[in-house]
Structures are given as structure tokens and as C-alpha cells.
Design a protein around this ligand. Structure first.
Ligand code: ADP
Ligand code: MG
Length: 707
């Protein structure tokens, strides 16, 4: 399937979106009135009727079949964090033994996969296994081309018979509605009558590693867990800082070229690519788009990275920490709020009016992040990300906001109701009257250590793990901001002097929540202490981060905006805890197996041969003290490795038998993970002493440096 597109013959424009049932394809292929209807449905002004769906389905089918599709699927986001699809062919037999290719409006709008094997966290009683999928009209259908054929993928939402969200899409769409509703209230109160809807926009930067397939296939840990559970750092790591933004190796460049082509075809706007900090680590970023589409696109990006890597004899690792000793991988969620008529509400703009609006919306984000910091923290919690957050590479586990000097000063001066400092040269800021000094668009002192940074006209949430769906962080963020905007709107709607009201709101809000603003080095020990003084939570482990999901305040937040019901939150809490335990269980199991069945026997026979060599040297009267010393050192480490393996088996068995889901996760975190670390230390030290030829697995040299 690996095809090299020659861009001197085929233009990017002709390829872009060729496998996407995009807006322009719809405009071309649908009758004018139907196209208009669909636009209205997309804008949330109308419900999709079956008659309209019939026409769209027929056009979609014809388009897909022309492009070689034989099947269609409702493509959805179950709570596994992956995507799911069940393929149905278009065929419909006729009486004369032939077939028609059919696809009805009903089949477009609604699917009914057997939901019983997806995690539901108790939302679906076993007697009611049915789940439904419903087309997300705002995210375009696309074609997936595989060696198995071409499939029309219809982005959908997934819910139970009783209407509970079984996926990550339904709550996300609800959160976007909630934010739109409250933002529009604020805008109306400010005198805006044009904007009809507000959306959030997201541009996620995706990091990943590539390894040669030959070595990958020899590492059961990589195959089964996505990360190396053993492995000692070679003499060289990332200390030379020679990989970041370095020239891209040819083999990788070929891969990236095909990755871009594949993404462009389905209308994913792959834009930026570069080497990342760690060896064999890379990044891809698309141009931002509406959040639900960005969520779908990011899943496509992750899938396509994996697929295309295999075509090039490589395996892509999306895990947050594939290798100890070098940086792990994250995902930066660039996020903003925009109106349907093109106003970026987090852009300071050029006149006093847009400045006032900007400060109001920015204040809402600051307040939301402070009030719901734990919720945002939990949105990035996973066993993989536990290796990064707070481990001096990714942002710390403490949520704080970087605003940059000039903006901080502006907010401070408003909050203190006094003249701004000398840098901004403002005098007293009167909102709606004074223009802001121009804020640097690309803040030059961009702080890479902040988990939540203002970057000119958007915020960048940097805690996310590389393998995770970006739906939950955006769902939580949208809802948190919606809540604060709702409170702002309540006040604004009552006020007669709008400018005075904006000023009062920003002043009160910022004064109360400025503790979340921190422009310094987030990796430093001083910050940990300072954050504690400020009362900011520092939750390092997933298991401790998850309970906020079923907190009273969380439930009331999500219920009041119709994003999650209490049951839906409980189900997620349950599923995420379970997933954590399962993940650690697999990793520990892989460790035990690699240790017992490969490493310990290999080291044992190696140290035996070393001992025999030592005896042979003695027989000829040679000085064998060096060999003896080495053999002894290995033998004693080996004994310890045996003991640690046994201990791991014991705590693993213990954890497996804990009934309560929270207590079980806690046992994995407190007892299993620490024992995994203890075993790893012994094995990694052995790897440094044992003959490379005797070691049963390829090492970090091969995995990190060969491509
Ligand atoms: P960085 O300097 O952090 O590596 P990049 O240029 O790689 O930044 O990525 C920035 C991302 O932010 C891109 O995906 C870009 O499309 C996105 N972005 C830009 N403006 C907005 C916006 N208004 N809303 C959401 N995302 C945005
Ligand atoms: Mg970034």
C-alpha cells in the first residue's frame, strides 16, 4: 500500500480532502435546499430530519462507491480512549441473485452495534446490551483505505438505550453546547447581536517515537505495553541536545511524507513536523479546528502514524514514557474560543472594546482553571502519564497558568485598582475605554515549564499524555469555563454601566484567583513549596487524581450544564480506575515474564560460563581476579534480581485479589509500582554488566538510535 506521491505531478490541492466528504463535496453533490438544511443542522438551528438524511446518505454512498468503498462504519470513541468501528457492506441482495449497493438515511443517522463488550462502568445492565451510535453532523465523514478495502467512516456519538453517554464524544458535544450558550449570553450582554454560536477551537501537537520494527518485535514489553519495562541508558542519551529540531533522517522523512499525504487525503491539515527532544522522538501538529473535529482528527492522526510507520518497517510508540532516562511524549492542547462569525475571544484585538471583551474571557479562563484545577489534572491522568507529570520534564503535576509579564501586569493593576507598572505605561486602565498595550503575539519568553500557558491568542494546556484522547480535557475545560461565564453573565445582564461591570467582574475574579498565575520555572523545587503555600493542589498519581470525578462539586458542575449525569461520572471514575489497574497488571506481568523466562536464565548461564572461564584461567596459573570479581558481582545482583522478581509476583497476586476497585488501584500504585521499580533497578544494573551477546533483548542503543 505504500505509494509515493510525486508532488511535481500531483498537486497537494488535488489530494487534500479527496477522501473526505467535506463541506465543499456536500455543496457540490447535494441539492441546494438540502445543503442549506445540513448547514442549519450543523449550526445547531435544526434537527436532522429523515428525509434530509435520505438524500445525504444517497450522495454519500455514491461518492464513497465512486472512490472504491465497499463498506461503511459508524466510527466512535468508546471509553477505552481508542476508536471503534464495525464494518457493514453496502450490499443488499435482490430476488434475481444480484445485489444493489444501498445505504439509507436511517443507516446514516443511527447505528446499533452490540455494545456489551465496551466498558460502560455499570451504565448498561447486561440485559440491555444495546448501544446506539448517532452521526455527528458537524464532523465530516471520510474514507479509510486499507489493504482490506475502502470504508466510509461516519463520525458518531455512542450512547446506551437509556440515553447515557457511553463514549467521549457525547459529553464533549454537550460541553461545547454549554460553553456556547453561556458565551453567547455574555456577548449579548456586551451588546454583540451578530454572533449566533460560539465554539472552542483546538490544535493538538502530537509527540511520538519511532523504532525499527526488527528490534520492536524482539521486545515483548513494547509489544504488550507500549513501553520498555527494562532497559539501561546507553552512554549517550539526549544530553547533547542534538535531536530537537535537527535534520530529519531520510527514512523518517519518507515516513513523514507519506503520513502527511494520508492525512491530507482525509482532510486533516497536517502542518508542522519536527524532531523532538529525545532521540527518535518526533512531533506532528495540524492547523487548529473546531474541537469535536480536532478530537476526531487527532484519533486519525494517531492511527495513521501507527499504520504508516509499519509500512516503513518501523513501529510508532504513542506511550507517554517508552524509555526511562529520556523525555517522554505529551500532547499540547492549544485551545481558544471563537464565534461563528470569526471573532477569537481570546485575542486582545485592537480597540478598547475588544480588549475589554478579551480581558473578561481571559479572566473567566483563569478563574475556571483555578476553581477546577483538580478536574483538569485528572483529565490528563493515566498510568503512562504518571511517569511524566511532576518528574521534571513534562509540566509539573501542579496546575498553574503562565500569562507572561505584560498581561500579568495588566491584570494585577486592574485587580488592585491602581495604575499599571512602568512596563505597560498604562496609567489607570479603564476597561472599554483604554486600549491595551500591544501584547507580544508570540511571547518571547514563552515558558515551556507551565502546564497552562497563554500564547498570544489562545491557551496551551500541556499536561496531556501522548496516547490519550483529547476529548476529556476539552470537555472538562469547556464546562469549567461555561460555569464561570454563566456567573459573569448573571452579573452583566443586570448591570446598566457595562464597562464598569466588566471592570468590577475582572477585578473581583482576578483578585480571588491570581494565585493560579505563575510565570516562573515550573520545574523548580521552590515552585513546589510556593504552590503549597498558595494552596494549589499537587497530585502526582492517577489514583489520587481520579476521585475528583465523583466529588459533589464536580457532579453539580456537570449536571447543571447537562454534560455528565452523576451516573455517567461514576461510570467513568470506575472505568478509569479499572484501566489503571489493568495497565499496571499487564506491565508487572510482562516484567515477571521477561525476567523469569528470559533475563534470569540468560544471566544465570552467562555467569556460569564466566565462572567456568575463571576456573580455567586458574588451571593455567593466570591471574583471574578481575573475572572473579565480575562473576561475583553479577552472581550477587542475580540473586537479588531473583528475589525482587519473587516479591513482585507476591504483590501482584495480592493486588489481583483486592475486590474494591479503588483499593485495588491503590494497591497497584503503592505496592506493585514500587516493586516494579525495585526489580527494574536490579535488572538494569545487570544489563550494564552482562555480555551484550548474552542479553536476550535488544537494548536502548538499538531502540533509540538505529533507524
Ligand atoms: P509550539 O510553538 O507550541 O510548538 P506549534 O506552532 O507547533 O506551537 O503549534 C501551535 C498549535 O496551535 C497549532 O496546531 C495551531 O494550529 C494551534 N493554534 C493556533 N491558533 C489557535 C487557536 N486560535 N485555537 C486553537 N489552536 C490554535
Ligand atoms: Mg506547544
Amino acid at each position: 500500500m505504500s505509494e509515493r506521491t510525486d508532488y511535481t505531478e500531483t498537486s497537494v490541492q488535488s489530494i487534500y480532502g479527496s477522501n473526505c466528504f467535506s463541506d465543499s463535496v456536500m455543496r457540490e453533490r447535494l441539492p441546494k435546499n438540502i445543503y442549506k438544511e445540513i448547514q442549519a443542522v450543523k449550526a445547531g438551528e435544526k434537527e436532522l430530519s429523515l428525509e434530509v438524511a435520505e438524500v445525504v446518505a444517497a450522495a454519500m454512498r455514491d461518492w464513497a462507491i465512486e472512490k472504491g468503498a465497499t463498506h461503511y462504519t459508524h466510527w466512535f470513541h468508546p471509553l477505552t480512549g481508542l476508536t471503534a468501528e464495525k464494518h457493514d457492506s453496502f450490499i443488499s441482495p435482490t430476488n434475481d441473485g444480484k445485489v444493489l449497493m444501498e445505504f439509507s438515511g436511517k443507516e446514516l443517522i443511527k447505528g446499533e452495534p452490540d455494545a456489551s463488550s465496551f466498558p460502560s462502568g455499570g451504565l448498561r445492565a447486561t440485559f440491555e446490551a444495546r448501544g446506539y451510535t448517532a452521526w455527528d453532523v458537524t464532523s465530516p465523514a471520510f474514507l479509510k483505505q486499507d489493504p482490506t478495502g475502502t470504508t466510509l467512516c461516519i463520525p458518531t456519538a455512542f450512547f446506551s438505550y437509556t440515553g447515557h453517554a457511553l463514549d467521549k464524544k457525547v459529553p464533549l458535544l454537550r460541553s461545547m453546547d454549554a460553553l456556547s450558550k453561556q458565551a453567547i449570553r455574555v456577548l449579548r450582554a456586551l451588546g454583540n447581536t451578530n454572533s449566533k454560536r460560539v465554539v472552542t477551537t483546538v490544535g493538538p501537537e502530537q509527540e511520538y517515537f519511532l523504532v525499527d520494527k526488527e528490534y520492536y518485535d524482539q521486545r515483548p514489553d513494547l509489544m504488550l505495553t507500549g513501553r520498555t519495562v527494562f532497559g539501561s541508558m546507553p552512554a549517550k542519551g539526549q544530553e547533547m541536545e542534538d535531536h530537537y529540531f535537527g535534520a530529519i533522517k531520510e527514512r523518517v522523512a519518507e515516513f513523514m511524507r507519506e503520513l502527511n499525504t494520508e492525512l491530507w487525503k482525509v482532510g486533516v491539515s497536517a502542518k508542522t513536523q519536527h524532531n523532538e527532544v529525545a532521540p527518535n522522538q518526533f512531533e506532528i501538529a495540524p492547523i487548529f479546528t473546531t474541537t469535536n473535529v480536532a478530537v476526531d482528527n487527532n484519533q486519525v492522526v494517531m492511527e495513521t502514524i501507527k499504520k504508516v510507520a509499519r509500512r516503513h518497517g518501523m513501529e510508532a510508540l504513542l506511550h507517554e514514557k517508552p524509555f526511562a532516562g529520556v523525555n517522554g511524549s505529551g500532547k499540547h492542547n492549544n485551545w481558544s474560543i471563537a464565534t461563528d462569525d470569526g471573532i477569537n475571544l481570546l485575542d486582545p484585538g485592537e480597540n478598547p472594546e475588544s480588549n475589554a471583551r478579551f480581558l473578561l474571557f481571559a479572566a473567566a479562563v483563569i478563574e475556571a482553571v483555578d476553581r477546577y484545577a483538580l478536574l483538569l489534572r485528572t483529565s490528563a491522568a493515566s498510568s503512562g502519564n504518571d511517569h511524566r507529570l511532576g518528574a521534571n520534564e513534562a509540566p509539573p503535576a501542579i496546575i498553574s497558568i503562565f500569562l507572561g509579564g505584560p498581561l500579568t501586569e495588566i491584570f494585577d493593576s486592574i485587580a488592585e485598582g491602581k495604575a499599571a507598572g512602568k512596563n505597560t505605561n498604562l496609567g489607570k486602565i479603564k476597561l472599554g475605554v483604554t486600549s491595551l498595550p500591544s501584547l507580544p503575539k508570540d511571547l518571547s519568553d514563552r515558558n515551556r515549564t507551565s502546564p497552562f500557558a497563554f500564547t498570544g491568542n489562545k491557551f496551551e494546556f500541556r499536561m496531556l499524555g501522548s496516547s490519550q484522547s483529547i476529548a476529556p480535557p476539552n470537555t472538562y475545560l469547556n464546562t469549567a469555563v461555561a460555569q464561570v461565564l454563566a456567573e459573569f453573565a448573571d452579573k452583566l445582564e443586570k448591570a446598566s454601566d457595562k464597562n464598569a461591570a466588566i471592570e468590577a467582574i475582572v477585578k473581583e475574579s482576578y483578585a480571588k484567583h491570581k494565585r493560579i498565575v505563575f510565570n516562573g520555572n515550573g520545574y523548580s523545587e521552590e515552585w513546589v513549596k510556593e504552590a503549597e503555600k498558595r494552596g494549589l493542589p499537587n497530585v502526582r498519581a492517577t489514583v489520587d487524581a481520579l476521585p475528583v470525578l465523583i466529588d459533589k462539586e464536580t457532579i453539580s458542575l456537570f449536571e447543571s450544564h447537562n454534560v455528565f449525569s452523576k451516573e455517567e461520572l461514576e461510570s467513568r471514575y470506575h472505568i478509569y480506575l479499572e484501566r489503571y489497574s489493568k495497565q499496571i497488571n499487564i506491565e508487572a506481568g510482562v516484567m515477571v515474564s521477561m525476567s523469569r523466562r528470559s533475563i534470569l536464565p540468560a544471566v544465570s548461564s552467562y555467569v556460569g560460563s564466566l565462572a567456568r572461564d575463571t576456573a580455567a584461567l586458574e588451571a593455567i596459573g593466570a591471574d583471574n581476579s578481575a573475572q572473579k570479581k565480575q562473576a561475583k558481582a553479577i552472581a550477587s545482583l542475580l540473586k537479588e534480581a531473583y528475589e525482587e522478581t519473587e516479591k513482585l509476583e507476591t504483590v501482584l497476586a495480592k493486588a489481583q485479589n483486592v475486590e474494591d476497585v479503588f483499593k485495588q488501584a491503590k494497591t497497584y500504585q503503592e505496592e506493585v509500582v514500587s516493586q516494579m521499580n525495585a526489580l527494574r533497578e536490579k535488572i538494569d544494573n545487570l544489563e550494564k554488566l552482562v555480555d551484550k551477546k548474552a542479553w536476550p533483548f535488544p537494548g536502548y542503543e538499538e531502540l533509540l538510535f538505529k533507524l
